[in-house]
Design a protein around this ligand. Structure first.
Ligand code: G6P
Length: 613
């Protein structure tokens, strides 16, 4: 989730590129860089936000940066390699004559790296992107130009990329290529802008050309030519953008939260891509840094987290206990550190944190480490303190989450926990075929999530009916009990309605006293082994006049007898259902908050990252 800007025209390239990068900063913010193409190739990059790059550029470079009228820039959200000056884009070849900016992940980078080193190339960063610059260098012979060298290079890449490339030998020329990572061209008057997101283009022109996967564009100030990978010319349509800047920043969604809810098919995919291997039924989690002995030693897993991440931990408990038969405990970070937790050899502590900066979670991590216990981190933000201080870990690769109420990070955390549970289960008694079936189901999740997202308009209607209710109850059983907690938390956070999540059977021990016609009860009731029991709980609510909103499996007719509204989800293997059941709850909270006029993205009193105790 990084941002790319390229420019060729008559304006000051530094100004155009920096202002474009600022518009893309919400997509990635750990480091940034620029390559200017003119009489020479001038590259400058800096760890931190675009403002840090801007300041350092003003200090470090000669005042004649205004003489450059072409170049490429990048704002990074680290995946391979921690955020740093050196890992920032652009990346260069051995002779500093080719500069590359890249969005996406090159999956065969290790193979390419080995090959390039054998051929004598010197690799200077921890990134996958640097391999692209060296490959272009390798193919850029006396008889070729930048375009043909890039053609040959992309043919060897596996993975996703949006690329912009400049060469010292061909000033003013930018080659752009796309596969799985968006890239569009803006056609201005005597100028061309390239960007990964229209928000960096609209202030210059509303005429855009969307590159498709497998297309390469040859761009200079006078225009562009597009080709397929066989160097055949492709004619492109120039389209008009009619969105305002505000809307584009949220990719057309009215709130970041909604955008993030709708990103989940992609973010779930990003969490398991390259890790849940279908052919072999195996799980590869390279960042764990656990030896065979460490793995054999695990007698207990302790998840520690706060808020939504704690709910993900509870789901992890169901998954690991059922699949891998390893005992699990789930701790609130704030509670863990203020008592005298008993930790012993064989314990594995796993902290879960979207931001990687939550103060209580970090303190719990340090507490566990001080007792000599191995600590793994499941985090989203690369290079965050928790990621750095953990002994090993798993990035969830959900991209920047801007809405304060966590949505896509939760489903990505759950995806990672499913994989961790399967990995441990294979060491217990799950065979490769069983594991392969689970992995197959995991691979089908993005499509199933898309299907659930199509209910958004229907859920909006339910939200309108219930927007004035003062209390909500959320009930679920088994692995959907934590989902009930998460659904209630979402509603509380953004709509300021009091909501409680309970294990459905616990209703009879208290909450049932609250039920009347003004109390909507959300039942999470997919068809699994808890179904019959949950139907009994629904009858109990119905008998007391409660209004029921049910999350049920497609084709479930029986549930109609008890429910006022039903939101259907596709059928799914039982412990994977939270990835689907939580989506309607996120949407319900979102639509209710919008009806109530609440500030969805920045709810009162809350912070995205809680760095005080
Ligand atoms: C805050 C956020 C929540 C988040 C919690 C834990 O309360 O508003 O959305 O779940 O912190 O944050 P973490 O970054 O550690 O997952």
């Amino acid at each position: 989730m990084c941002g790319i800007v390229g420019y060729a025209g008559c304006k000051n390239a530094v100004d155009v590129i920096l202002s474009g990068l600022k518009r893309l900063e919400y997509r990635g913010y750990d480091s940034a860089g620029i390559a200017l193409s003119g009489e020479n190739l001038l590259v400058h990059k800096k760890n931190g936000k675009i403002s840090a790059l801007e300041q350092s550029l003003a200090e470090a470079l000669p005042s004649d940066t205004g003489s450059y009228h072409a170049g490429i820039g990048h704002t990074r959200w680290a995946t391979h390699g921690a955020p740093s000056d050196v890992n920032a884009h652009p990346h260069m070849d051995c002779h500093n004559e080719i500069a590359v900016v890249h969005n996406g992940i090159i999956e065969n980078y290790a193979v390419l790296k080995k090959m390039l080193i054998e051929k004598g190339h010197v690799i200077r960063t921890e990134t996958d992107t640097e391999m692209i610059a060296h490959l272009i260098e390798y193919h850029y012979t006396k008889n070729s130009d930048l375009l043909s060298a890039v053609m040959k290079t992309v043919a060897e890449l596996e993975g996703t990329y949006g690329l912009c490339i400049v060469s010292k030998n061909e000033p003013g020329r930018i080659i752009a290529a796309r596969n799985g990572s968006p890239l569009l061209l803006g056609a201005g008057d005597g100028e061309m802008i390239i960007a990964s997101d229209a928000s960096a283009i609209v202030e210059h022109t509303n005429k855009v050309i969307y590159l498709e996967d497998g297309e390469i564009a040859d761009v200079n100030k006078d225009g562009f030519k597009t080709y397929d990978l066989d160097l055949k010319k492709v004619d492109k349509i120039i389209e008009d953008i009619d969105w305002d800047i505000q809307a584009i920043e949220k990719a057309g969604f009215s709130h970041f939260m909604l955008k993030e809810i709708f990103e989940q098919p992609e973010t779930i995919h990003n969490a398991f891509r390259g890790r849940a291997i279908l052919d072999t039924g195996s799980i590869r989690l390279d960042g764990l840094r656990l030896t065979e002995d460490d793995l054999n030693d695990i007698h207990r897993v302790i998840f520690i987290a706060c808020g939504t991440s704690w709910h993900a931990g509870l789901i992890g408990e169901y998954l690991i206990e059922e699949y891998a038969r390893v005992p699990v405990e789930v701790e609130y970070a704030s509670e863990f550190r203020y008592r005298k937790p008993i930790l012993k050899k064989g314990d594995l502590v796993i902290v879960i944190s979207q931001s990687g900066e939550t103060a209580d979670t970090l303190a719990a991590l340090r507490e566990a480490k001080s007792k000599g216990i191995k600590v793994l981190g499941i985090t989203n933000v690369v290079g965050s303190t928790i990621a750095r201080e953990s002994d090993g870990g798993i990035y969830i690769h959900a991209g920047p989450e801007i809405g304060v109420a966590s949505t896509k990070a939760f489903t990505s955390q759950v995806t990672v926990l499913i994989m961790l549970a399967l990995m441990l289960a294979r060491r217990h008694d799950m065979n490769a075929e069983e594991s392969r079936i689970y992995i197959e189901h995991l691979h089908s999740m993005p499509d199933k999530v898309n299907e659930v997202l199509r209910s958004s308009e229907y859920i909006r209607k339910i939200a309108e009916i219930h927007k004035e209710n003062k209390n909500f109850l959320y009930l679920g059983r088994g692995v959907n009990f934590p989902v009930a907690l998460e659904g209630a938390l979402k509603l509380k956070e953004i709509s300021y309605i009091h909501a409680e999540g309970y294990p459905a059977a616990e209703m009879k021990h208290g909450p049932i006293a609250l039920i009347d016609e003004n109390m909507p009860v959300v039942f999470i009731a997919p068809r699994d082994f808890t179904y019959e029991k949950i139907i009994s709980n629904m009858e109990e609510v119905k008998a007391r006049g409660g209004k029921i909103i049910a999350i049920a499996t497609h084709g479930d007719e029986e549930i109609k007898r008890y429910s006022d509204h039903i939101i259907y989800i596709p059928e799914v293997r039982k412990l994977l259902s939270p990835l689907l059941t939580v989506i309607p709850l996120q949407l319900l909270a979102y639509h209710i908050a919008v009806f109530r006029g609440c500030d969805v993205d920045q709810p009162r009193n809350l912070a995205k990252s809680v760095t005080v105790e």
